[in-house]
Design a protein around this ligand. Sequence first.
Ligand code: IMP
Ligand code: MG
Length: 199
Amino acid sequence: MGKGQTKRKREKQGIRSNERLTVLLSHARIRARVKEMAKEIRRDFPDEPMHLVGVLKGSVLFLADLARELRGEVSFDFISVSSYGKGMDSTGEVKMNKDLDVSIEGRSVLVIEDILDTGLTLKYLLRLFEERKPKHLRVAVLLDKVERRIADVKADYVGFVIPNEFVVGYGLDFDERYRNLPDVCVVRLGSRGQTKVEV
Ligand code: IMP
Ligand code: MG
């Protein structure tokens, strides 16, 4: 998805004329890493029924692939949250849009996130879930932008540590677009290629 793409090809992939996408992680690399992550999780919890809690909507593709690689008993649930005041004036305020459908008490919960950025969303979620007395509470993220961390949180399973760039694809969006791309790509705006998108 580099600079050499024809206009027609770009349009087919839904890329707007002022946006430049560069592949950061190919789908093949992601698939291989997700497979390894599933093994790491099963090594830590060999016979445990795992309750996967996906954070909507970005985690959906990652959860779907990870779940298929996990052997044994697996169930899903989803939560939806939005965070405010991101970037320079981050307030850490998180609002819940949709709570879990079932109780996590006594379950081995694996929170699935697309990307760990400031960490404020995850901090909110972990506090919320801990109060509900799960048997185990672990976190798997596909991407970790370590440099951007504000909250003191860590994921137990990390797919890839990535630089401080705005990325899309494999579930991640820019204005709700690009979630369906199989690769994770860096988005840059404008013809001169400078990054103007801030999270
Ligand atoms: P945090 O609370 O700052 O860690 O926010 C994490 C959320 O911000 C993720 O679940 C994403 O929805 C969003 N986000 C952070 N960085 C990116 C990015 O590079 N691309 C797309 N979404 C992002
Ligand atoms: Mg998200």
